[in-house]
Ligand binder design. Structure first.
Ligand code: ADP
Ligand code: ZN
Length: 433
């Protein structure tokens, strides 16, 4: 496999050197943080008066975690470390889980982010020859602008299509021979469904790659998109608190996402005890910005669950990888006392040859108990079958789900086009209790 580096020196650096640099940048970051009202108070509370007191990672780990609530409390300027006139842009989280939060960027911050995005895209094999259609929303949400500047840096021809208007997306793809796209996995599914109804053949497109992210998705969802479009699909992870896309990205080997450790100090903790975890264990990702000027964040709890993969990657990058994100700690449903992650259900549903591209999870009260209903869109051929076959399929799916999550769900089978589709992040879970 051919491996393409954007910044070979940093991507394949000596690991010892990388760790040394991290500690240096950590001190600079703490010094910047001390300029903000929020961290000044927080750090003084644990007896930290100056960044010079940080001589090792252990010193640093005395600092308490930062949470999304801290960002909300500090709104609007409590975590800003530079004068407002040095700030050139702000982004706000899409607010999937509540009040939005704001992150500010200086010009050098934007430059660092573009570098990480360029590096990420180059890792998937993208080059200046690519025609890159960015179908993530442009605006306060970081999905659109985040990779935009990286792709320009790479020298690709960027089509800032933003999300939605599927018919126009196809037209752009045909007119300009788009080779790579960036979208949520749900939107890729939606696009495929529309491709068929618009009467467009997959062969009329020049598409070779899709970078997908912004929402949890299973390996089978990736495989489905790859098979439907006959392209390569790469997982892209980011969050607005850590800039946005370009935090962790898959390389051509598609075995987990490299976290750019020169820009982010990564920790993995047990979300309940808050104790650090060994590589390989599943836990919550915690990041510290190492290069950011305007909004330095120390030990930020992402609530995203994953594992750190400690084996070196065949691509030669020394930046450690993380496994596919299982979901957020707050995605977990407790159904009749059993912990269930929506991703466990998706894994079963997307493995079925009969399933289409869409599903929904509903939890309701049925008397004193919780009832889980899984609604699945299935291929048309299934509905032309005998009703007995439909019942058998329903039972089979129920059994598979029970085996995975230990709960018996009600399974509803639907024809394609019944469940809502999404242009951005999908909402598939409805907890009506
Ligand atoms: P919000 O927090 O309002 O959704 P963000 O745009 O900052 O706004 O969303 C970042 C979150 O999206 C991450 O913390 C994570 O939960 C999710 N996410 C982003 N990329 C991926 C990915 N590749 N796989 C799974 N989840 C992802
Ligand atoms: Zn790799």
């Amino acid at each position: 496999m051919s491996v393409n580096y954007w910044n070979k020196k940093v991507e394949t650096a000596d690991r010892e050197e990388l760790l040394r640099q991290q500690l240096e940048d950590l001190k600079i970051t703490v010094a910047r943080a001390l300029k903000t009202p929020f961290y000044k108070k927080r750090l003084h509370q644990v007896g930290l008066e100056s960044a010079a007191e940080i001589t090792s990672l252990d010193d640093f780990y005395r600092i308490p975690f930062t949470t999304k609530n801290d960002l909300r409390d500090a709104f609007p300027y409590g975590m800003l470390a530079v004068p407002v006139d040095e700030v050139v842009r702000l982004h706000a989280s899409s607010g999937t889980t509540g009040i939005p939060t704001v992150i500010y960027h200086t010009r050098p911050d934007i430059e660092v982010w573009a570098e990480l995005a360029a590096r990420s895209m180059a890792a998937t094999g993208m080059t200046s020859k690519d025609v890159f259609q960015n179908m993530m929303t442009y605006g306060l949400f970081t999905g659109g602008l985040g990779l935009h500047y990286g792709a320009e840096k790479l020298g690709s021809l960027v089509i800032p299509a933003s999300s939605g208007n599927t018919r126009r997306q196809f037209q752009l793809m045909k007119d300009f021979k788009t080779t790579s796209v960036h979208a949520t996995p749900s939107y890729m599914h939606h696009l495929f469904n529309k491709l068929q109804s618009e009467g467009i053949s997959r062969r009329e497109l020049s598409l070779k790659k899709a970078l997908v992210g912004a929402e949890p998705h299973t390996e089978d969802v990736r495989k489905k998109i790859e098979t439907l479009f006959k392209i390569d699909v790469y997982n892209s992870y980011g969050l607005s608190e850590m800039n946005g896309p370009g935090v962790a990205f898959e390389c051509v080997y598609k075995q987990g996402m490299h976290v750019w450790e020169d820009s982010y100090l990564m920790e993995l903790i047990d979300p309940d005890s808050l104790e650090p975890l060994e590589d390989g264990a599943e836990g919550e990702l915690v990041f510290t910005t190492l290069k950011r000027e305007a909004t330095p964040l120390l030990r930020y709890r992402t609530r995203d669950l994953t594992r750190v993969l400690d084996k070196p990657c065949e691509c030669g990058r020394v930046h450690r990888r993380i496994a596919r994100i299982k979901g957020r700690t707050d995605d977990m449903l407790i159904i009749n006392g059993v912990n269930v992650f929506p991703s466990q259900i998706e894994e079963v549903v997307m493995k079925l040859p009969e399933s289409g591209t869409n599903y929904q999870i509903v939890v309701e009260k049925a008397g004193a108990l919780d009832q889980l209903t899984v609604k699945i869109e299935v291929n048309e051929t299934v509905f032309s079958d005998d009703a007995r076959d439909l019942n058998a399929l329903r039972r089979k799916i129920g059994d598979y789900l029970k085996a995975s999550i230990t709960i018996s769900p009600v399974v509803e089978l639907h024809e394609h086009g019944i469940l809502p589709e999404f242009e951005g992040k999908a909402q598939r879970v409805f907890d009506r209790r």
